[in-house]
Design a protein around this ligand. Structure first.
Ligand SMILES: Cc1ncc(COP(=O)(O)O)c(C=O)c1O
Length: 393
């Protein structure tokens, strides 16, 4: 059981807002704030390089914390400024050629698909969207049927930006492993709200961000690459951190996952990211997941009782992201009304998940994403505001 009073007391933002934008950027807990501000202060007091030297052991600890969070190893972790670049460093390291196929999911994120399209245009590789099952999750049977010797990558988003869907990552991993196909998992929206275990999922590469359900600072993220894959992937960019200039004509690329990093970084943010991982693990990813699911179910149930509301979440198992539309009321207007009531939400548009939104004839959704520090009272207040606004459409 999570001590909700305690975690709320440790979350300064809970005093100001009802924060249902955890899939955007969650409220940071005090230990994260302390780690970031403490380091920024030290930089101001003694100098940035000198502060980093002093924080060396703590910075190494960040790799260990993130590795423990996802059940990987510290040398398989690269600290990268966000999930997009982390994902890019893995994807653009793969060598794809004419006729090679990338299998992806219906709810894939825009930035990933834009990268597929760019590489497809440059190399002649092809993109295949794996059909969904009746619940809207990626169909593992369809995936299995689409496998042939030309498939060189399975790249799937675990939890999409536009809804509560949880794609069956471990079942996808079993197919990928059986056929020896690399599996890149975009875990940007899942890490921090549920247990994510790379050994169980059997992915080969995983990208994640700091600021969302992990409750870390903005401008932080990480990539995990399975050890067997690290040296098979040549990063698209190299610098003097990722590689060493060993002779006038040559260089050697690092042998650990830090080959995907570059030298200059947001040191305070990295420390905050490590603090966020430790904070989540201290609470426990299982209890976090149980509470997030329960709160989201309550929210869906209450919203479902409001006339005009249509819930839009897909999947057998649903997470803390709740999306819906209200007949005759734009998501933008509703968001503005909620914002006036100091309730944070966001909207999710066609431009973020075009395959899925087009298939469902949707263009804009209201997205309310809950975390374990939210409460039933906040859900009731949220639903009151939605009900009142929906009544005057
Ligand atoms: C599924 C998914 N992948 C990747 C990203 C990008 O993450 P970042 O903004 O940290 O680069 C997002 C952001 O919303 C996302 O929802």
């Amino acid at each position: 059981m999570i001590d909700v009073e305690k975690v709320r007391a440790e979350t300064p933002g809970c005093r100001n807002v009802i924060h249902f934008n955890n899939a955007g950027a969650a409220l940071e807990p005090q230990p994260v704030l302390d780690a970031v501000l403490g380091h920024l202060k030290l930089e101001a007091e003694i100098g940035g390089y000198e502060a980093a030297d002093r924080a060396e052991a703590a910075l190494e600890g960040v790799y260990a914390s993130l590795a423990r969070l996802i059940n990987g190893a510290p040398d398989e972790i690269a600290l990268i400024e966000n999930a997009t670049r982390a994902w890019d460093m893995a994807f653009y390291s793969l060598k794809l050629g004419p006729g090679d196929r990338i299998l992806t999911a219906q709810a894939e994120y825009a930035s990933n698909v834009i990268a597929f399209l760019q590489i497809a245009a440059k190399t002649g590789a092809a993109i295949t969207v794996v059909p969904s099952d009746e619940s809207g999750a990626l169909s593992v049977e369809a995936l299995e049927r689409l496998i042939d010797e030309r498939v060189k990558l399975i790249a799937v988003t675990h939890v999409p930006t536009n809804g509560g869907l949880v794609n069956p990552a471990a079942a996808i991993g079993r197919v990928a492993r059986r056929h020896g196909i690399p599996f890149l998992l975009d875990a940007c929206q899942s890490v921090g709200q549920m247990p994510v275990d790379v050994a169980e999922i059997q992915c080969d590469m995983l990208s994640a961000t700091g600021r969302k359900f992990l409750r870390g600072p903005r401008g932080t993220g990480f990539l995990w690459v399975r050890r067997e894959w690290i040296e098979r992937l040549e990063p698209p960019f190299l610098d003097l951190h990722a590689a060493t200039w060993t002779s006038t004509e040559g260089y050697e690329i690092r042998r650990d996952a830090r080959r995907f990093e570059n030298w200059e970084s947001y040191v305070a943010g990295r420390l905050g990211l490590g603090a966020a991982a430790e904070y989540a693990m201290a609470i426990g990813l299982e209890p976090i997941w149980e509470r997030v699911k329960a709160l989201a179910d309550t929210l869906r149930r209450s919203l479902g009782e409001i006339p005009g509301v249509t819930l839009r979440d897909l999947g057998h198992e649903r997470c803390g992201i709740v999306t819906f539309t209200v007949e005759g009321l734009s998501a933008k207007e509703l968001r503005a009304t909620l914002s006036k009531a100091r309730i944070n939400t966001t909207t999710s548009s066609l431009f973020s998940t075009r395959y899925d939104m087009t298939a469902r004839a949707l263009d804009l959704l209201l997205r309310a994403s809950v975390h374990y520090y939210n409460t039933e009272e906040e859900i009731a207040r949220f639903c009151d505001v939605v009900r009142e606004r929906a009544a005057v459409r």
